[in-house]
Design a binder for this molecule. Sequence first.
Ligand SMILES: Nc1nc2c([nH]c(=O)n2[C@@H]2O[C@H](COP(=O)(O)OP(=O)(O)OP(=O)(O)O)[C@@H](O)[C@H]2O)c(=O)[nH]1
Length: 335
Amino acid sequence: MSDNAATTACADTAAPRPVTHVAAAVLLRQGPAGTEFLLARRPEGKVYAGWWEFPGGKVERGETDAQCLVRELQEEMAITVTAATPWITRRFEYPHASVRLKFFKVTAWEGGAADGDIHAVEHDAVAWTPLGAPAAVAPVLPANGPILEALGLPEVYAVTDAGAHGVAAELARLDAALAGGLRLVQVREKGDGLDGAARRDFAAAVVARVHAVGGRVLVNDDVELARAVGADGVHLSSSALRAAAVRPDMPLVAASCHDAAELDAAIALGCQFAVLGPVAPTASHPGTAPLGWGRFAELVEESPIPVYGLGGLSAADLPAARAANAHGVAALRGW
Ligand SMILES: Nc1nc2c([nH]c(=O)n2[C@@H]2O[C@H](COP(=O)(O)OP(=O)(O)OP(=O)(O)O)[C@@H](O)[C@H]2O)c(=O)[nH]1
């Protein structure tokens, strides 16, 4: 919280006003029910007093977002951040300010209370919520709704290929992965692998298994099939994304992207998340030049929706993915 906040001219609104840059922390800890994140309540005397937010504050002149994050958490929570990775960037127009919020996932820090909790210095309360559960407290700041929804998405997104592996083998692989914690699956099955009835039966079998453990399923490019088998959403191929005039009417919509224009289209369509790639060389797209994590990070830097890296990746690539603004990794083979 500083009076010396860095601002930039906002060129993309009808009534330009300075943009206030803010760094905010999603503090993550291991609790009894799994990973939990922290929200803090704004005290009396501030704009939006009583509302809940992620700790953080305005970026000062000459400071990077990451440096701001460290300083703010020292000031607000009396902790020293030791592990943080950049995540999504959200722009929001408040009556009092136009803000650019850069969110970081913070997974390690020094200091805090002896019992492992964090005692706020400037907020008047803190609360921890298990990842994937509705926020334990309300109301959260108006800009933060999509952030909470994004936090509910797992870091690994598995894509099926029963056409190549055989239905029985793919379902066995799925059972093992679900037992290992997988909670987000795309039924892809393109090409001539599975015909209509076999594809439908396979999709239904995937939905039954994934729903049994509380996970979610998207079906590639086929809203009708997604609805028929009770899937949670549809995953648009990049060509379907380019052709889509309106967002498919499903709870969850995602899209495959290869460049900045497609990522912009996914955001404009209202997708909850995107996959971007190929990040590494991949057998399924041998002629396509990989982006590499450097280019991926540039493309995703300002994305307001979570983006998974795709192409030649597995869960072993999660540290590199997190360092490159990614929400996680999507994989056809590596899950
Ligand atoms: N720290 C934080 N700020 C957020 C979040 N979501 C969100 O819209 N914001 C907005 O980003 C700005 C944060 O700046 P701040 O925390 O330094 O500012 P403040 O309103 O407390 O005021 P002050 O520092 O001028 O006293 C505020 O406009 C706040 O409404 C969030 O999750 N965390």
